[in-house]
Design a binder for this molecule. Structure first.
Ligand SMILES: C[S@@+](CC[C@H](N)C(=O)[O-])C[C@H]1O[C@@H](n2cnc3c(N)ncnc32)[C@H](O)[C@@H]1O
Length: 508
């Protein structure tokens, strides 16, 4: 369905030199926004659109380039200023039609009210992150945007650069910006940002030729000929910026394509979208924003997917220490963590100096958590022996990898064998307790309550509630799987013991 706003966007794109295949249909619905469909069969290798870099809104192309660079802003902060500036120009901005077409903001959690964040994300992986990032984004604005307003006061109208506008623009950058190339950095890429996401099953890739001022390798710096953009690479590219949101839209790195066979060959000023698989007539054409779990999808794009196999749930080191001090003492916990760290182990680093362990979609705990629990449960005599060896090894700078834990364990990190060895009944009991403690963070409502609430919820009318329920439920299902995983090991242990008893009785 071509709405008036869509027709205006198409006219604007044509006037700026954008090209797209007549086999692509842009469908605009009030409930779901824009989706791209194939009007006829599309074949792998088809170039379905060409986008002039000059038509992208970046720091370099914006009329605010001088102000931004003069103020020493770059990266996503600079892009945020560029978008606010172009919005402030209204009809005088070269991107007016594009900006009019784009939403004012994407409903990602950083633009939710504090009470929505507290009510809907309570207990989830996002709750603390969003609260912290809301504060960080405010600080960024105060430190970097406000001073420019003072400096350039007659030229800039403050209402277009206020904190509300800044949050709105940050949400657009999070959900719609692309890493274009070394020269342009991140930018808004009209047309490319009309495609919706499908996890691990995209149909199109974005490609670009390297230009003179760009590196010889891939434009995103990843040197990735496959066109798959690594989250880490783009995270490094946005290292200037401090919030999790700033590592956003990682799937949208544009990949340089040295084997590009179309007219755009050697044309460094154009980006291309190429089909990477066949799509039948009538089907939606998807991009991918990366291999992301629901917390990341909701955080950056404002939606979730049911049964997303990239989902995880985390157990904070602090929670493990809490469990340990209930069973032993605070001192015991601290000493055992210290030994675990001296043995070369660590958890994942979270925001605000938090450390955490991942539980995978299948409910399998990270091996580092099992090793920590093992060390916490060691009898004092064994602990002291290993502690002593660790100190000796530390003093002689010997590798502690394989020598230190007792005879039963070979510390080959993450190998299945060592995981099995570590799953003693005591460790499995500890995992069950940790699952219960993590579960209690969701408050009084049970997972069944959440499932019922989701069944009653309308995706069209209650998007925030719907997606936060999907997130809560997917996290809680992983905790259920963790419990099943631990209980299963306990059952295996007891049947193995019974079997052994029977065999020894029979022999007697
Ligand atoms: C780059 S835009 C894609 C085009 C967008 N549908 C529009 O109306 O302009 C990204 C936004 O589209 C929506 N989106 C993309 N993929 C989605 C999906 N699989 N399910 C639900 N919403 C999706 C989200 O709101 C996301 O922030």
């Amino acid at each position: 369905m071509a709405t008036r706003r869509l027709r205006a966007l198409k006219r604007w794109m044509k006037s700026k030199g954008f090209e797209w295949s007549d086999a692509l249909e842009f469908v605009d619905t009030p409930e779901e926004g824009i989706a791209v469909r194939a009007l006829r069969q599309l074949k792998e290798g088809d170039v379905v659109s060409k986008i002039p870099k000059a038509g992208c809104l970046t720091i370099k192309t914006s009329g605010a380039c001088e102000i931004i660079e003069g103020a020493g802003l770059d990266g996503l902060l600079g892009l945020a200023f560029a978008i606010m500036y172009e919005r402030s120009l209204g009809g005088d901005s070269p991107w007016d039609a594009y900006l009019q077409f784009s939403p004012y903001q994407e409903h990602v959690p950083i633009v939710w009210s504090l009470s929505e964040v507290n009510d809907l994300l309570y207990g989830t992986e996002l709750h603390q992150t969003v609260l912290e990032d809301k504060a960080l984004i405010y600080e960024d604005w105060k430190e970097n945007i406000l001073p420019i307003l003072d400096l350039e006061s007659p030229k800039l109208e403050p209402k277009f650069f206020d904190i509300e506008q800044y949050f709105a623009v940050k949400s657009l950058i999070s959900s719609r910006s692309f890493q274009i190339d070394d020269y342009h950095g991140f930018g808004m890429v009209p047309l490319a940002d009309l495609f919706n996401h499908k996890t691990g099953a995209e149909d199109v890739h974005f490609t670009a030729m390297s230009s003179n001022y760009e590196s010889d390798t891939d434009v995103d710096g990843s040197n990735n000929d496959e066109g798959i953009v690594d989250e880490e690479v783009l995270t490094q590219n946005s290292s200037l910026d401090s919030t999790a949101l700033d590592n956003a839209h990682v799937g949208n790195g544009i990949v340089s394509d040295s084997e590009c066979s179309s007219d755009t060959e050697n044309d460094t000023s154009m980006l291309e979208m190429i089909m990477i698989k066949d799509v039948s007539a009538g089907a939606e054409v998807f991009n991918t924003y990366g291999l992301l779990g629901n917390a990341a999808l909701l955080y950056r794009y404002g939606f979730t997917e049911q049964d997303n196999s990239y989902d995880i749930v985390n157990i904070d080191l602090q929670l493990v220490l809490q469990w340990c001090s209930c069973v032993f003492s605070d001192r015991h916990g601290r000493a055992r963590v210290s030994l675990w760290k001296r043995l070369g182990y660590s958890a994942c680093d979270g925001s605000e100096n938090t450390e955490y362990f991942e539980i995978s979609f299948d409910g399998e705990p990270q091996i580092e958590l099992l090793i920590l629990l093992y060390i916490m449960l060691l009898p004092d005599s064994a602990y002291h022996k290993i502690d002593l060896s660790a100190s000796v090894a530390g003093n002689t700078h010997e590798s502690s990898e394989t020598t230190l834990l007792n005879d039963h364990i070979f510390l080959e990190k993450a190998s299945n064998m060592s995981k099995k060895t570590l799953l003693t009944k005591e460790i499995c009991d500890a995992l069950l307790s940790l699952a219960d403690m993590r579960e209690s963070l969701y408050g009084l409502k049970s997972i069944e309550d959440d499932i019922e609430a989701l069944a009653r919820c309308s995706l069209a009318g209650e998007k925030k509630l719907y997606h936060s329920l999907v997130l809560r439920i997917s996290e809680r299902k992983i905790l259920q799987k963790l419990r099943n995983y631990a209980s299963q090991q306990i059952t295996n242990h007891s049947s193995a013991r019974k079997k052994l008893k029977r065999t020894t009785k029979g022999k007697g």
